[in-house]
Ligand binder design. Structure first.
Ligand code: PSV
Ligand code: MN
Length: 414
């Protein structure tokens, strides 16, 4: 019996009194799926110093082991995104990679090509002025389309570090056209049910111009490609004041929201725990998704039901696995709260133009302490009611520390 039980009883009764179907809420929570990134388990990320963490994974198998531990603790993180070539297996044995993952209790998720780490990409990949480098990048993207088939993935997750650092360095129109000339070939080579998610980032590593700087540019590329091309929203890739939930709403209505890379924008990139700075924002994002899923309006409804929820975080000073568990839990909490929003009542208040009442309704739900509900859900799922404490108690860290030691590189596949 968990300590939360009395609190859960009280909360469930109060929610039922408000007309909320608690059984349906619990059912939805049990179906939640957050994908974790293989690179988040290694000593990777950050443009300055990646502090070596004792026990950090160096091989893809170790990353899978860690991801399996996160799934074991939370019950809602059953897949791992891979980054190629960081996760390329010896002899291209992708079947072996999948078998290993499955034996640990997880599966391989999105395939992330890497067209930014090699010296050849100094001036970009698909936007590069040199056709031979564009061809090289294209070949890698096509290889990743084949890898999708081998690992049975339906998501190709694209991010381009392309752009320029100096005014006059390259033709801005030319770079756009080069992308438009090459991306269709990738699109045509997706597996039959595969989707191409196009990520944007407003700056870094190029600072004068970025070829795909914002959701509008990614969206415009997707429109030209076809319905299987959708936008990927990485929370870290926005300026501080940008209203991300508004972007989410727009893309849902247009049927072009493909997925998320969760993290926090305070770092301007991927290195902070999602929901650690502004959990209210995360809730508002989930509220857009949940209200679309519960509504009848298409394509928002079906789009919201096929979103790839992925973390993109590289933890630098707080360990590796516990912060990933914490991030998954923050997503769970935000989702749980969004499921408690009385959407019909909210719509009625909005229609009357009752500004403060509508705002109060949303904020009141946000202030609900859903932790007893989540503990109950976890107990019913057969996972620890307090995953972080259970993780510390598991001795997993001691085990990987003594087995793996201190690695200063992020390593590769083994
Ligand atoms: C780039 O900052 C990014 O967000 C992309 O998603 C990359 O694939 C990932 O981080 C890892 O470098
Ligand atoms: Mn990302």
């Amino acid at each position: 019996m968990s300590n939360y039980h009395p609190a859960y009883e009280i909360l469930a009764e109060s929610l039922e009194c408000q007309g909320i179907d608690v059984t349906a809420v619990k059912k939805a929570l049990k179906l939640q799926h957050i994908e974790t990134p293989s690179w988040g388990y290694a000593n990777s990320g950050t443009r300055f110093k990646a502090f070596a963490w004792p026990g950090a994974a160096t091989t893809t198998r170790q990353k899978m082991d860690d991801a399996a531990m996160v799934h074991k603790m939370t019950g809602i993180a059953p897949s791992v995104a891979i980054h190629i070539p960081w996760d390329r297996p010896e002899d291209d044995d992708y079947e072996g990679m999948c078998q290993y993952a499955e034996a640990q209790g997880v599966s391989v998720g999105a395939v992330n090509p890497n067209v930014f780490q090699d010296d050849e990409y100094r001036l970009g990949s698909l936007g590069n002025p040199d056709p031979a480098i564009r061809r090289r990048a294209l070949d890698h993207l096509l290889e990743c389309c084949q890898i999708m088939r081998k690992v049975k993935s339906d998501v190709l997750s694209l991010w381009f570090a392309d752009g320029t650092n100096f005014a006059g360095q390259d033709s801005l129109r030319g770079r756009k056209q080069r992308f438009e000339q090459t991306l269709p070939t990738v699109y045509e080579n997706l597996p039959p049910n595969g989707r191409m998610l196009i990520e944007y980032k407003f700056f870094e590593p190029t600072f004068y111009s970025t070829d795909l700087p914002d959701w509008g540019t990614s969206y415009a590329m997707c429109l030209k490609l076809g319905s299987q091309a959708q936008v990927l929203v990485d929370l870290g890739h926005h300026a501080q004041g940008v209203n991300i939930e508004h972007i989410v709403a727009f893309l849902l209505v247009e049927g072009r929201l493909g997925g998320f890379h969760f993290n926090n924008r305070k770092y301007a990139d991927d290195d902070l725990i999602v929901g650690s700075v502004n959990p209210y924002e995360l809730f508002l994002i989930y509220n857009e998704l949940t209200s679309a899923a519960q509504g009848a309006e298409e394509p928002a409804r079906s789009t919201s039901r096929n979103v790839a929820y992925m973390l993109d975080q590289c933890h630098n000073i707080e360990g590796k696995i516990a912060p990933i568990i914490y991030s998954v839990l923050n997503c769970q909490e935000a989702y749980a709260k969004s499921l408690l929003v009385p959407q019909d009542r909210l719509a009625a208040v909005q229609a009357k133009g009752n500004v403060l009442e509508a705002h109060r309704l949303i904020t009141d739900v946000y202030r609900t302490d859903v932790r007893p509900l989540l503990a109950q859900v976890r107990e019913e799922m057969g996972v620890p009611t307090d995953p972080i404490t259970a993780y510390w108690a598991s001795s997993y860290e001691e085990k990987i520390r003594s087995e793996r030691g201190l690695a200063t590189t992020s390593g590769g596949y083994q």
